[in-house]
Ligand binder design. Structure first.
Ligand SMILES: CC(C)(COP(=O)(O)OP(=O)(O)OC[C@H]1O[C@@H](n2cnc3c(N)ncnc32)[C@H](O)[C@@H]1OP(=O)(O)O)[C@@H](O)C(=O)NCCC(=O)NCCS
Length: 155
């Protein structure tokens, strides 16, 4: 298949991108939110097959220190034939000047990323807007907060 690759978002149909994430599946992401997140991302990767959006990914980065790879997904019919590997390789290459490239995988997808040299972080921590959902999804383990206030809401 002759894929067409874009690193800009000028031609993106945000509803089509939202559909891709729902079908992949990588969750519900509204067209409006995707327009914001992709516009705020330093690097983007969009792959088309005969005019149809089939794969995507992006990197939130500061240009020097941190690059965060996220939202890598393909339509199901395009999974398992090496395209995901090419998207991640492209995003890693674009992020190469950063001191660190980070990501967190969907549980079970860690081996896919290990092939690129990603190692498990020992001290990674996160504040999720919905910790119960994040814990149920296997992303975090919640521990009792020593501070009774939710710091994120009060700072
Ligand atoms: C995860 C995803 C992007 C991988 O893309 P893909 O095109 O299906 O994967 P590829 O065909 O490029 O696979 C590349 C390699 O990773 C391996 N791999 C892929 N998924 C894997 C998994 N879950 N566990 C272990 N290895 C995996 C493949 O076997 C292949 O190995 P090889 O190079 O030694 O043959 C794609 O399957 C997808 O969109 N999944 C749904 C959304 C999602 O989970 N996104 C990831 C968010 S972290």
């Amino acid at each position: 298949m002759a894929f067409i690759w874009f690193d800009t978002i000028d031609a993106v149909d945000w509803r089509e991108l939202s559909d891709l994430y729902r079908l992949a599946p990588l969750g519900e992401k509204s067209p409006a939110n995707l327009e914001t997140t992709f516009n705020n991302s330093m690097f983007k990767c969009l792959v088309y097959d005969d005019g149809k959006l089939v794969g995507a990914g992006r990197v939130l980065a500061d240009g020097v220190d941190c690059a965060y790879i996220c939202d890598v997904a393909l339509l199901p019919a395009y999974q398992g034939c090496g395209l995901g590997k090419k998207i991640v390789a492209k995003l890693v290459g674009l992020s190469g000047q950063h001191t660190k490239i980070i990501l967190y995988a969907v549980p079970g997808k860690e081996p896919f990323y290990r092939k690129f040299g990603f190692n498990r972080m020992l001290t990674a921590m996160a504040i999720f807007a919905n910790p119960a959902q994040a814990e149920a999804g296997g992303y975090i383990e919640t521990t009792p907060n020593p501070d009774p206030q939710d710091r994120r809401r009060t700072l």
